[in-house]
Each structure stands twice: as C-alpha cells, then as structure tokens.
Write a protein that binds this ligand. Structure first.
Ligand code: GDP
Ligand code: MG
Length: 167
C-alpha cells in the first residue's frame, strides 16, 4: 500500500518537527520562528509493505499583504488536493483564529482526516486537554483525534498506524 499524506496546520504547531520525527531525520527546518517552511517538502517512509509519502506544508495563515504570504497559502492549499490522508496538526497549548481557518478548510476535505493534537509533553498545561479534544471531536466528527508529542515521539507510532490503515 502507498499514498500521499498531507501535513497541514497554522505556522508553529510542529508540522516539520512531526515529519522529522516520523522520518527519523532532519529533513524539514523547524524553528520557533514561524514561516521557516516555505515550500512543500516530501518525505518518504517505507515500512514493510506500506509506503507513505508525507508532504510537509508551509503553515496556512491569514492572507497577509505580502506575495510570500499568498504564495505559502497557495502552496499549503495545493497539498490538500489529491492526497489520501490529511493530518491536521494543532498545538494543544494555543488555539488561534488561524487554527479556526484551517479547521474550516479541512472540514471539507474528502477522505480520511487525522487531527494530531501536538505538544502534549507540556504537562503544565495539561488540565484543559480533554475538553479541547472533545470540542475538536464535535467540530470534526469524521476525524480520528490523536494527542501526540512530535518532539518527544509520544504516540507517533499510533499516528503512523492510523495513517497506514487509511492509505
Ligand atoms: P511548523 O511551523 O508547524 O512546521 O512548526 P515547527 O516544527 O517548526 O515547530 C515550531 C516550534 O514548536 C519549534 O520551536 C519546535 O521545537 C516546537 N515543537 C514542535 N513539536 C513540539 C512538541 O511536541 N512539544 C514541544 N514542547 N514543542 C514542540
Ligand atoms: Mg514547518
């Protein structure tokens, strides 16, 4: 089995960190600074009979004034077309207007959708995780929701398994 997996979300939620951890190498640049991923990056993960082509995208964000902004939004949007699985990455510590924008986009995605609720290693803010997961489930009733830590590799095996089942 093989297929394309788009990784989308607003800037800084940990999309590139997620891809790097899945691949086990530093393919995409990760940074505290938003907008370090300007092009779609492909990473191929082969495991047994399953081959997943991951597409890391620039963050979807509010259309700014600059051409770069518009270019990055177009690039990220294009990754949503013709893919087999979409991973919508959100940051459990912060929900913003831009997350809302991406949410509205992925609601219309045909095909399997997985929401990766990232940065769960930030235990200090753990108290509000469950209500957030429940709220996401009501917004995206057809999505599979997985809490993960891209940085520490928590739950990434489960995430990859869910991807493999949907390819
Ligand atoms: P992207 O813009 O969505 O590609 O986000 P990046 O992968 O570049 O990550 C943005 C920032 O979040 C970086 O400083 C990462 O180190 C940090 N980050 C990513 N994943 C995690 C995580 O699981 N836990 C924590 N605490 N920080 C993370
Ligand atoms: Mg990135």
């Amino acid at each position: 089995r093989c297929g394309y997996v788009a990784i989308v979300g607003r800037p800084n939620v940990g999309k590139s960190t997620l891809l790097n951890h899945i691949l086990g190498q530093k393919l995409a640049i990760t940074s505290r600074k938003p907008q370090t991923t300007r092009h779609n990056m492909l990473g191929i993960k082969t495991e047994g009979a399953v081959q997943a082509v991951y597409v890391d995208t620039p963050g979807l964000h509010k259309n700014g004034e600059t051409a770069l902004n518009r270019y990055m939004n177009r690039t990220a949007s294009s990754a949503l077309k013709d893919v087999d699985v979409v991973i919508f990455v959100v940051d459990r510590t912060r929900w913003t207007e831009e997350d809302q924008l991406v949410l509205e986009r992925v609601q219309y995605v045909e095909g399997p959708l997985i929401v990766a609720v990232n940065k769960v290693d930030r235990l200090d803010e753990k108290g509000d995780l469950l209500p957030h997961l429940e709220w996401l489930a009501t917004q995206l009733p057809n999505a599979e929701i997985v809490p993960v830590s891209a940085q520490h590799g928590q739950n990434l095996e489960l995430l990859e398994q869910l991807v493999a089942e949907r390819l």
